[in-house]
Design a protein around this ligand. Structure first.
Ligand code: NAP
Length: 275
C-alpha cells in the first residue's frame, strides 16, 4: 500500500512497538494519528517524526481504562479526520504492569480485559463507518501468542486470577473479535487481522514483567507493518499471524458460539446497541 495521503491511527504509539510503527509510517508519507497517556512522550515522538521529514502527527491523549475516555477519543478522531485508512489497535498492558494483583478499570471491569480488548472493540466499532467510507481500509489488532480461553461464568476473573491469565484472555478476546468482525465486514472493503508481533520485545511491558527481552521492537514492528502495508494481505481478513506467517489461534477463537457470547457481552459492557 502506498502510504502517501493515507491516515493511520495507532493506539499506544507513545511507547514500545507502536512508537516504532508510527515513526516508520510517518516516514513512508502517512498522516499519523498518535495516541497515549503522556503529553511529554507524545512531544518527543512528534519531534522525532518531524526531524525524520514526516508531517507533524496529531496527538490524542486518552486513558483506555475508561470507556468514557475511549468514546471521547473516537469522537475527537472522527471530528478531525475525514478519512481513516488504517486503524492499528496496539495499546496494551502486560501481565505485570503495576504489580501482580488483580486490578479493575474505571468502569469496574478486569483491567486487562478492559484496556487490551474492550477499548479496542469500542474504538473499532465507533470508527467503523469512517473506515468503511475510506475503503479499501484495514484494521490491525495487535494480540499475542499468549492466549487463554474465556470462562464465560467469570469473564472478570474474580476467582483464580493471575496476570498472565488475564493478559492471555484479553489477547484471545482480540483474536475472537477479529474473526467475528471480518465476517461482518465481508464485501465492505475493510479487512481486519490480528497478530503476535514478536516474542518478548524489549519494551516497557516486558521489562515490567521482569522478563529478559528476546526480540527487538523492529522485528515486531515489521510484522505489524506487514499487515498495514503488505500487498500480499490486501484481500486477507479474519486471520491470526505469528510475525509474518499465518497461524491458528487457540481453538476457542474458532467456536462461533463463544464468539457470539463475547460479542453480546462486549456490546452490553460498552453500551452499544445489541446486534
Ligand atoms: N512486548 C512484547 O513482546 C509483545 C508480545 C506480544 C504482543 N505484544 C503486544 O504489543 C502491543 C504493544 O506492546 P509493547 O510491548 O509495545 O508495550 P509498551 O512499550 O508497554 O507500550 C504500550 C503502549 O500502550 C499504551 N497504554 C497502556 N495502557 C494504556 C491505557 N490505560 N490507556 C492508554 N494507553 C495505554 C502505552 O501508553 P503510555 O505511553 O501512555 O504508557 C504505550 O504507548 C500490546 O498490545 C502488547 O500486548 C507485545
Amino acid at each position: 500500500m502506498d502510504m502517501n495521503g493515507k491516515t493511520v491511527f495507532i493506539t499506544g504509539s507513545t511507547d514500545g512497538v507502536g512508537r516504532y510503527v508510527a515513526l516508520r509510517l510517518a516516514a513512508a508519507g502517512a498522516g499519523v494519528l498518535i495516541h497515549g497517556r503522556d503529553v511529554a512522550r507524545a512531544k518527543l515522538l512528534s519531534d522525532e517524526i518531524k526531524r525524520a521529514g514526516g508531517s507533524e502527527p496529531a496527538f490524542y491523549q486518552a486513558d483506555l481504562s475508561s470507556l468514557a475516555d475511549v468514546r471521547e477519543l473516537a469522537a475527537a478522531v472522527l471530528a478531525d479526520n475525514q478519512r481513516i485508512d488504517v486503524f492499528v489497535s496496539n495499546a496494551g498492558i502486560g501481565s505485570q504492569n503495576e504489580g501482580p494483583a488483580r486490578q479493575i478499570s474505571r468502569d469496574g471491569h478486569e483491567l486487562r480485559f478492559a484496556v487490551n480488548y474492550l477499548a479496542g472493540f469500542l474504538l473499532a466499532r465507533l470508527l467503523l463507518p469512517r473506515l468503511k467510507a475510506s475503503a479499501p481500509s484495514r484494521i490491525v489488532n495487535v494480540a499475542s501468542l499468549g492466549q487463554h480461553p474465556i470462562d464465560f461464568d467469570d469473564v472478570m476473573i474474580t476467582k483464580g486470577y493471575s496476570g498472565s491469565r488475564a493478559y492471555a484472555q484479553s489477547k484471545l478476546s482480540q483474536i475472537m473479535f477479529t474473526i467475528d468482525l471480518a465476517e461482518e465486514l465481508k464485501g465492505s472493503g475493510v479487512t481486519v487481522n490480528s497478530l503476535h508481533p514478536a516474542t518478548y520485545m524489549n519494551t516497557t511491558m516486558v521489562r515490567a514483567g521482569g522478563i529478559t527481552p528476546m526480540s527487538t521492537v523492529e522485528q515486531g514492528g515489521d510484522a505489524i507493518l506487514h499487515l498495514v502495508l503488505g500487498d500480499d494481505v490486501t484481500d486477507k481478513s479474519g486471520l491470526f499471524f505469528n510475525g509474518m506467517n499465518e497461524m491458528r489461534a487457540n481453538p476457542q477463537a474458532y467456536d462461533a458460539a463463544a464468539r457470539k457470547r463475547l460479542r453480546d457481552l462486549s456490546l452490553k459492557l460498552t453500551g452499544l446497541p445489541a446486534a
